[in-house]
Design a binder for this molecule. Structure first.
Ligand code: AMP
Ligand code: ZN
Length: 111
């Protein structure tokens, strides 16, 4: 996806404050943080959102789910954190490359 901002971050074409990366995914700081710690975890592969996932993405999704707690631990989020994935315009999605927000480090109100 040539015009996808998160693909560009993934490829190193535009800068981001990357806090974690491996073969399948990476995490970087949200440019407009909504909590003291606000990270975005994205797959290296361009997938638009949860609706765009297919059966063969099973291992990728499971890897990301298992990696999120590791990243949170590395960031010192001992008291917990919130994980959010917005899907589609109705879900408030603005960047159409799958991402999981990790929010924490302060008081979050219940949803
Ligand atoms: P969403 O509404 O779930 O699509 O969230 C997209 C998030 O990406 C927002 O919280 C933005 O602040 C964040 N964002 C957009 N551009 C960048 C960027 N270049 N680097 C880091 N975060 C970004
Ligand atoms: Zn992309």
């Amino acid at each position: 996806m040539t015009d996808c901002i998160f693909c560009k971050i993934q490829q190193g074409d535009i800068p981001a404050d990357i806090v974690y990366e491996d073969e399948h995914c990476l995490a970087f700081r949200d440019i407009q943080p909504k909590a003291p710690i606000h990270l975005l975890v994205i797959p290296r592969k361009h997938v638009e959102n949860l609706d765009d996932l297919v059966e063969s993405d099973k291992d990728l999704v499971s890897h990301m789910m298992l990696t999120i707690p590791k990243i949170a631990r590395q960031q010192g989020l001992k008291e917990g954190y919130r994980t959010v994935a917005n899907t589609g315009t109705g879900g408030g999605q603005e960047v159409f490359h799958l991402h999981f927000h990790i929010l924490g480090g302060g008081v979050l109100h219940s949803l």
